[in-house]
Design a protein around this ligand. Structure first.
Ligand code: NAG
Ligand code: NAG
Ligand code: NAG
Ligand code: NAG
Ligand code: NAG
Ligand code: NAG
Ligand code: NAG
Length: 463
């Protein structure tokens, strides 16, 4: 334990100007993938009402950066993934990006972090992986040219940068990135006294193995479950610490034991699809309140591998975002509904005692749903888009849409919505096993109410 603590302490002592200023104050991720979100200035008011001290955005939206001027909120901005390759080979472009996106707002907007790409190492375009670090170097140089000395450069990583994570001491970076990307990245982060920006979601490992991993352990609620790492003797009382330490041990393995961690995203979904477990308001509120309490504890608690260290953080996310693709949970990570009303009470300063929050709705999906599920057209979906989705769904598989063809037994009544719902259900029933989802760009939604009518029986997924 002391072994991990001392180098960090020395590091901070030697470079006190950069360590002293980092606090455990909690921020929020302001994602904008919704077509119904409040304006930037209203959003900034809402961010303040949550008592967030930092805000992270996924671009450098000038309206938002303007609204954040003179608010005292620390800000993290991002170079979008699709620009990283070209910036990595072009210093002029890096200079231009900083000049256009950062300079007009600096220093009145407290831009402190500039992230070069978002979870790029989780993407399949492996040719782009090798441009991340060169782009980070060019952006760093551009900041220097423009005199923006307070801005740390990083990039965000998901847990899939690891190929093994259990026990935490076994944490190892994937072999396809370990020496080619992670080592130079850690060298850059260590040299520039920046952070490894990590997205940590205990929800994902728990929900994929809810029988193996205890829910209370994932929610920081367990009083009696501990896991001891046999190699280090370190004892874990929650899944979050386990995940963070596995990354710390992976860094150690490649020779960079002291790079600080910044929790770029963490959170828990407040809702999701019928085939998703544990996504509800009770668990989301419990997880987020507990993780905020941990982040804001004084003195800081750190993790078993780095006791007492500060973990600066951003909670994901400000809003439920209705245009995020993927399963339903993706659209339900918000602290706020799109119109600005809280999904549940939360105080990101950590000052509200847990006992002062009002009771939460009892969770109803903490065990897997058992029964049939259908996939139907979402209410109010665009008719033209539904027509296109119908053609797509029916072109997959051979007999997906036979019953709604002219002489099929589901042809009548000849209604677009019914035909689309049949096609979605039929598609999903055939392809769920191989990764097909009930989403269709937001045109589809799951239901447990059988949409069949008359002779027309809709195919279903049975859980
Ligand atoms: C680098 O970027 C600048 C600015 O966008 C552009 O004018 C120039 O052509 C680029 N250079 C190369 C070699 O692509
Ligand atoms: C990138 O992926 C392709 C296809 O999977 C593989 O053949 C290639 O070796 C990979 N390149 C690197 C540098 O990892
Ligand atoms: C440690 O990780 C390796 C893969 O890197 C794995 O094969 C091994 O089973 C892990 N050890 C334990 C105890 O889980
Ligand atoms: C990381 O940075 C520290 C402090 O600047 C330095 O002493 C150390 O040698 C660096 N580590 C590596 C592996 O370069
Ligand atoms: C922990 O406590 C709970 C509730 O008191 C109990 O149901 C559970 O069996 C205990 N688990 C262990 C591993 O002791
Ligand atoms: C409806 O969807 C079509 C096809 O995707 C699109 O071109 C059109 O703009 C959409 N209409 C509205 C009102 O969103
Ligand atoms: C469609 O039918 C052909 C020929 O019978 C078969 O080879 C193919 O695998 C089928 N495709 C699907 C998606 O079921």
């Amino acid at each position: 334990m002391e072994k991990a603590l001392i180098p960090l302490f020395i590091l901070c002592f030697l470079v006190s100007s950069s360590c002293a200023e980092i606090s455990g104050a909690v921020g929020v991720n302001y994602g904008q993938l919704g077509n119904n979100l409040p304006t930037p200035s209203r959003s900034v008011e809402l961010i303040k009402s949550l008592k967030a001290k930092r805000v992270k955005i996924y671009d450098a939206n000038p309206e938002i950066l303007k609204a954040l001027k003179n608010t005292g909120l620390q800000v993290s901005i991002m170079v979008p993934n699709q620009l990283v390759k070209s910036i990595s080979t072009n210093q002029t472009l890096a200079n231009q990006w900083v000049h256009t996106n950062l300079v007009p707002f600096y220093p009145e907007t407290l831009i402190r972090y500039l992230l070069v790409g978002n979870e790029m190492l989780s993407g399949t375009d492996n040719s782009s992986w090798f441009s991340i670090v060169p782009a980070m170097r060019k952006i760093k140089k551009a900041l220097k040219i423009h005199g923006a000395h307070k801005v740390k450069v990083g990039t965000t990583l998901a847990m899939d940068v690891l190929q093994s994570s259990f026990p935490p001491s076994n944490g190892t970076f994937r072999s396809d990135i370990s020496s080619s990307v992670m080592k130079p990245m850690l060298q850059f982060l260590n040299r520039t006294k920046s952070f490894l920006f990590l997205d940590v979601y205990p929800y994902f490992p728990w929900s994929s193995e809810p029988k193996t991993i205890n829910l209370d352990y994932a929610l920081f609620q367990s009083k009696n479950i501990t896991i001891t790492d046999p190699n280090t003797g370190l004892t874990y009382t929650n899944l979050f610490d386990q995940m963070v330490d596995s990354v710390i041990f992976a860094m150690k393995r490649v020779g960079y034991p002291d790079v600080r961690i910044f929790i770029a995203e963490t959170g828990w979904p407040n809702g999701g699809d019928f085939d998703q477990i544990g996504a509800n308001i009770y668990n989301a509120a419990t997880y987020n309140r507990n993780v905020v309490k941990k982040f804001t504890a004084k003195p800081p608690v750190g993790t078993p591998a780095r006791p007492g260290s500060v973990l600066p953080s951003f909670i994901f996310a400000l809003y439920n975002e209705n245009q995020k693709p993927g399963p339903g949970t993706e659209r339900h990570f918000g602290l706020l509904h799109p119109h600005g009303k809280p999904v549940y009470e939360i105080d990101l300063s950590g000052e509200t005692p847990l006992s002062e929050y009002k009771p939460l709705p009892v969770p109803e999906n903490n065990t897997p749903y058992k029964g049939k599920i259908w996939c139907v057209a979402a209410k109010g979906a665009n008719k033209t888009a539904l027509g296109l989705a119908l053609s797509y769904a029916c072109s997959q598989g051979n007999k997906t849409c036979d019953p709604i063809q002219p002489r099929g037994y589901c042809r009548h009544p000849n209604s677009l919505i019914r035909h689309v719902s049949y096609a979605f259900s039929s598609y999903w029933a055939q392809f769920k096993k191989t990764g097909g989802s009930c989403y269709f760009d937001g045109l589809a939604t799951q239901t447990i109410k059988d949409p069949s009518y008359g002779y027309c029986k809709f195919p279903s997924v049975t859980l």
